[in-house]
Ligand binder design. Sequence first.
Ligand SMILES: Cc1cc2nc3c(=O)[nH]c(=O)nc-3n(C[C@H](O)[C@H](O)[C@H](O)COP(=O)(O)OP(=O)(O)OC[C@H]3O[C@@H](n4cnc5c(N)ncnc54)[C@H](O)[C@@H]3O)c2cc1C
Length: 448
Amino acid sequence: MTLIDRLAAICGAPHVLTGAEAAPYGRDWMGKYVTQPMAVVRPGSVAEVAAVLRLASETGTPVVPMSGNTNLPGGGKAQGALVLSVARLNAAPVINRAARTATVQAGVVLSHLHDAAAAHDLIFPLTFGARGSAMIGGVLSTNAGGSNVVRYGNTRDLCLGVEVVLADGRVMNLMSALHKDNTGYNLRNLVIGAEGTLGVITGAVLKLFPRPRAYATAMVAMASLDAALDLLNRLQAETGGAVEAFEYMPRLYVETHLKVAPNAREPFSVPHDVNILVEVATTRPDLAAVGPDGSVPLVAQLEGVLAGLMDEGAVLDAVVAQNEGQRREMWSRREMAAELMRHFPAEVDTDICLPLDRVTEFLARVLPHVRRIDPNARDFTVAHLGDGNLHYTVLPSHHDGRDEDAIRAAVEDIVQDLGGSFSCGGGRTPWLWMSCGRSSARWTRAIS
Ligand SMILES: Cc1cc2nc3c(=O)[nH]c(=O)nc-3n(C[C@H](O)[C@H](O)[C@H](O)COP(=O)(O)OP(=O)(O)OC[C@H]3O[C@@H](n4cnc5c(N)ncnc54)[C@H](O)[C@@H]3O)c2cc1C
C-alpha cells in the first residue's frame, strides 16, 4: 500500500487530497508563499490524528499541521510535506457558564466560538481581522494576540488546558480547567506558541468573560506617540483598566485605506500623523445606562479624558462613535490592515514588539537606518500600540534580496537594542520535528 492508501484507510478516501485539490493548502492567505504539499489529510477524530502521526513517524514523512491557514509569515509552507488539517475537528463548543469556560476542538473557527459564547452572554475576547477563518488550533499554536491584548492578554493567557497529539501518535491530555495548577512543568504553555513543532493541538479549555454592556470608541488625533501613551495611561487610571483596544494608524495607513477601501472616509476634517483608535468597555450597568439626554456615563468618561488632553494640546482632534455603525466603521479601517498590505507588491514585513515607552524611539531611529541601505525606502506601520506590537513594514524602492535581508537585519538590530522582540507574529517555524529550520537569524541569537 502507498502512503496515500494508508492515509485513506485511516481517514477515508474523501479526506485525503492530492494534486490540484491539495494545492490551496500550500498557498498562504497573502499569496506570498506558494508550495505544493505532497498530500492533505483531514482526520475526523483525535484517534485519527494519532494514527496519521504514527504513520508519518514510521515513514519519516514531514507533517505541517494546519487550521485556518491565515497566518501571515509562511508557517503553512508545505513543499512535499503532508498537511494535517484539523478543520474537521469542529464539534460545537461546550460552554460552562458557571465556570466561564469553553471546551473547544481545534478546528472550531474563532468567530463560531464568539457566537457560542455570546449565546450565554459571555465573550471569548481574542479577536482580529481573520476571525472568520482562523481556528482554535491555529490561534493557540501562534499564541495570537489581536486587538484586545491590552485588556485580556494573548491566547496563552486565555487558555486553561490543551490536548495535543505528539509526533509519535501519543495523546497528551492537558485538558485542565484549573486556574492554578503547580503540578510539575507547565507543558501547556510550551505547546501554545510552538507553531506545530511539538505536536498537533486537537482541543483546548478556554476562559470566557462577561460580555461588556457598553463600549466607548473613538478615533483620536494625537500630537505625538508619547502623547498617545499618556492618553492610554490616563484612560487606564480613570476607567480602572477598562481600555480594550489602543491601535495606532499613521498617515500613510489612512491614505492607503482611502485609496483601497470602498466607501472609506477621512477620520478627521484635516489629516493627522498620529491616529489612534481607542476603545473602552464596561460590564457595569451604571456606566452603561443611557441617561434621559441619551448620554452614556462610560462615553462621558472617555470624552472627559479626551477634553482634558485637548486643553493641554496633546489631543488635536477626536471623533467619538455615537452608534454601532460608527463604531464598526472605525474598526473596519483598522481591520483592513492585511488587505492594505496587499497593495504594496514588494515589502519587508516584520511583526515586532517593543516596550511601550520605546516605540517613539524605535520609529525615529529605524527609517534613517534602513535608508543607509536603500535611500528611497519608505515605511508603513500599523500597531496594537496598547501592547507595543507593531506591524512594521519597509517598502524598498527596488527588489533586491540581499538588500531586503540587510533591511530586515537593520530593523531587528534596533528592536533588540531597545529590549524588544522580533517575533510577535506566528508561523515562522514550519515542520513538526524540524523546528527552527526557517526562523530568522535572530532566533538563534535570542535562544543562545
Ligand atoms: C487579516 C488578518 C489579521 C490578523 N491579525 C492578527 C492580529 O491582530 N494578531 C495576531 O496575533 N495575529 C493576527 N493574524 C495572524 C493570526 O495569528 C493567524 O492568522 C492565526 O492565529 C492563525 O490561525 P489559523 O487557524 O489560520 O492557523 P494556521 O495559519 O493554519 O497555522 C498557523 C501556525 O500554527 C500551526 N498550526 C495550525 N494548527 C495547528 C494545530 N492544530 N496544532 C499545532 N500547530 C498548528 C501551523 O503549522 C502554522 O505554523 C492576522 C491574520 C490575518 C489574515
